[in-house]
Design a protein around this ligand. Structure first.
Ligand SMILES: Nc1ncnc2c1ncn2[C@@H]1O[C@H](COP(=O)(O)OP(=O)(O)OP(=O)(O)O)[C@@H](O)[C@H]1O
Ligand SMILES: [Mg+2]
Length: 264
């Protein structure tokens, strides 16, 4: 196995479907080939991805993503199985909120996640990072560790300002910490294509950020699936959102293969 492709799902705006996208893509990548190994790392102390994948399971901080931000190697395994045999998760824990202050002033503060992921890069084909809704030290750690960034978004005046901020952060990360990081693109989520506002503003957004072909529509099935702690592909495989995420996975894999010179 070569090194993993690491995809960070990032937007400092809350509620744009980062976690939904991370979960759906992780399942879609895993399902596209059962020989693959896929890992989702929950970087958000709200632990939404964790609770959907692992339910109310008790997660001690030393066996959670918190351990990845400590300068020493985790003492025990922090990989958890999910209901899909080739999909694993490193869960979050409330203690993650402490990491922000722990890393302030640490010389290697932006590199902790990247360093801790070195071994994992040999063990998985795909690693997805579900970021918190902030451009925090944790999100910068994700940008430093990632190969690609996917930005779920809805179109509005505020989202354009927000995207510019992400672009600025990516430019700084490219210059100083990770020249390798690429933006795979923005993905329109919770999308209602009929609004004339979003149609009119799309060209403005595209000046700042390439927008992927796949858009993810709204459906109540997403909320229902989350309540059942199921992936949308299990809950309603024919649903338009499940179909959209399968096609987003395909579109992203083509980008990965192209950017990596044909090796995915
Ligand atoms: N395609 C969709 N159709 C309907 N509801 C959706 C869809 N995608 C996401 N949602 C709902 O929108 C809400 C926000 O989604 P999600 O939690 O994935 O966003 P997020 O960006 O991770 O939020 P946060 O910034 O708080 O981490 C959730 O209640 C989710 O169930
Ligand atoms: Mg989230």
């Amino acid at each position: 196995m070569g090194l993993s492709t690491v995809l960070s799902i990032t937007n400092q705006k809350g509620g744009v479907a980062k976690t939904t996208t991370a979960l759906a893509l992780a399942h879609a990548f895993a399902r596209r080939d059962e020989k693959r190994r896929v890992l989702l790392i929950d970087l958000d102390s709200q632990r939404n991805a964790t609770s959907i994948l692992l339910g109310g399971q008790d997660i001690p901080p030393e066996r959670s993503v918190y351990a990845l931000f400590q300068a020493k190697k985790p003492e025990s395994s922090i990989l958890y199985n999910t209901s899909l045999a080739n999909l694993y998760v490193i869960p979050s824990n409330l203690h993650l909120v402490e990491v922000e202050s722990q890393l302030t002033g640490a010389l290697d503060g932006f590199f902790r996640l990247n360093d801790a992921m070195q071994q994992l890069r040999h063990e998985f084909d795909f690693i997805l990072l579900d970021c918190p809704p902030s451009l925090s030290v944790i999100t910068i750690n994700a940008m430093v560790a990632a190969d690609f960034l996917l930005i779920p978004l809805q179109i509005s005046k505020f989202s354009i300002d927000g995207i510019q901020n992400i672009r600025d952060a990516v430019n700084t990360v490219n210059r100083r910490y990770n020249a390798h990081l690429k933006i795979a693109g923005g993905c329109l989520t919770l999308h209602d294509g009929r609004t004339t506002l979003s149609q009119a503003m799309l060209p403005e957004v595209e000046k700042i950020l390439p927008i992927l072909n796949t858009t993810v529509p709204r459906s109540v099935a997403v909320e229902e699936a989350h309540l059942m702690r199921q992936d949308i592909h299990d809950y309603a495989p024919q649903n338009k959102v499940a179909v959209a995420y399968a096609s987003l996975a395909e579109e992203l894999e083509a980008i990965f293969a192209h950017e990596k010179g044909g090796v995915s």
